[in-house]
Design a protein around this ligand. Structure first.
Ligand code: ADP
Ligand code: RBF
Ligand code: MG
Length: 388
């Protein structure tokens, strides 16, 4: 779960990083690098992503040329990949919670700046694809506007200077390690939102490590609180997934006494990269059986330290039998919390039951209840019953 080590301080300004913090740039970066390496007969290993996150384009290109021993100079490699990147800028999606955060700070008149290692022109091109973003920042500092990029504090100090505020009053939100180091070196409070999974331990210098922007609580830092949480839940734009129930690790019922009807995560890799891991809830439609309240976890189950991401919906209903292979359809309508580690199995089980109670109650609120009638949940149910 989120760890925080600084006591509440009264901050007044926010400085945001762009790539990996507000934008899901990694996905496009991976695609572009993969394609360009093919030209050299090399295969991109996604596990090398940590070598480029948070670096300037030159440093990132240098790391790839070196790691893959490419027969070209760093400059040549940059000139090959740059046009491909430029074509893709408007395909970079906002990360979960990014629009919500920008809108919240703007409407509460909290001055905010953007500080990115990317050149200013690239930043502006990326921002122009997201309605209302550019106007929300009172300062935008690009990597080309300071002598040296992150991890040097210069870029953040320049952002504070342009906002006319003391660095100690700024909250930095950053996904990368160099960015966190830069923010701390600038004397600022830093909340880290690591973009790669299972990295939280590396970010010990940050004042708080959170899983996604949905988990940011600005009031901890003296900034206005979000007001969209309702009874311990956060409404989200609903998303819909479904498929046959598959076998999981076989420990839901056995170890926890909580069965989870797993869906095959690999079938939803695109959708899952648009959503963070965490505990969500919504409605579940099961062919021939009905529509039920549901609470679920998506992620790596930190308590068990899984290497694969799983989708684990617990239907809040008692069934007399298993339903492996049956079509399960989900309307995911709200968020509860990030996945967490727990000191004991009992405390994990207690927390999951608490999630169940929260979901059970929230789903009666009109904002969530209406999705019980989503045609998606019932389509296969009706089709099947018509054929009988
Ligand atoms: P696995 O690891 O194979 O998913 P579990 O112990 O988690 O095994 O049990 C999940 C199975 O239990 C589901 O696939 C489903 O067939 C059945 N099941 C029974 N009741 C429920 C419920 N309330 N919610 C989810 N699955 C249930
Ligand atoms: N696993 C974790 O390791 N940490 C969690 O915070 C966590 N939260 C869960 C919340 C809900 C509502 C459900 C249904 C499961 C959660 N799990 C969590 C996953 C649980 O460990 C998993 O379902 C079992 O290990 C079965 O594979
Ligand atoms: Mg299961």
């Amino acid at each position: 779960m989120a760890s925080s080590k600084t006591m509440a301080s009264l901050l007044s300004h926010v400085i945001l990083d762009l790539d990996g913090t507000l934008l899901n740039t990694d996905c496009i970066v991976n695609q572009v690098i993969k394609l360009s390496l093919v030209k050299y007969g090399k295969k991109w290993d996604g596990k090398m992503a940590h070598r480029i996150v948070g670096k300037t384009p030159f440093e990132a290109a240098a790391a790839i040329v070196e790691d893959y021993q490419l027969p070209c100079s760093i400059e040549e490699f940059i000139s090959i990949i740059t046009p491909t990147f430029s074509d893709q800028w408007c395909n970079i999606k906002a990360l979960p919670g990014a629009n919500r955060l920008i809108e919240h700070l703007r409407s509460n008149k909290v001055p905010m700046a953007l500080a990115s290692n990317s050149p200013k022109l690239n930043i502006e091109a990326k921002l122009s694809c997201h309605l209302g973003w550019k106007e929300s920042f009172s300062a935008i500092v690009g990597g080309n506007e300071v002598e040296i990029g992150k991890p040097s504090p210069k870029i953040f100090l320049e952002a504070a200077k342009r906002m006319n505020v003391d660095p100690s009053l700024c909250l930095v939100i950053e996904d990368s390690l160099p960015g966190v180091m830069a923010g701390k070196a600038a004397g600022m409070v830093v909340v880290a939102v690591p973009s790669l999974p299972k990295q939280a331990a590396l970010y010990s210098s940050a004042d708080e490590v959170i899983n996604s922007l949905l988990d940011l609580h600005p009031e901890k830092w003296g900034l206005p609180a979000f007001e969209d949480w309702i009874e311990g839940t956060l409404p989200i734009d609903p998303w819909f997934i479904g498929g046959p129930v598959i076998k999981g690790f076989g420990r839901g019922s056995k170890v926890l006494g909580i069965p989870t009807a797993n869906l095959a995560a690999e079938n939803f890799s695109d959708l899952l990269s648009d959503h963070t891991s965490g505990v969500y809830f919504g409605w579940a439609g099961l062919s021939n059986r009905g529509i039920y309240k549901m609470v679920m976890s998506i992620g790596w189950n930190p308590y068990f330290d899984n290497t694969e991401k799983t989708i684990e919906p617990w239907l809040l209903h008692t069934f007399d039998e298993d339903f492996y292979g049956e079509e399960l359809r989900l309307a995911i309508v709200g968020y509860i919390r990030p996945e967490a580690n727990f000191p004991s199995l009992e405390s994990l089980i207690a927390r999951i039951h608490e999630d169940g109670r929260i979901a059970e109650k929230a789903l009666d609120l009109p904002i969530y209840a209406s999705y019980k009638d989503s045609p998606y949940l019932a389509t296969s149910l009706q089709q099947q019953s018509n054929c009988q």
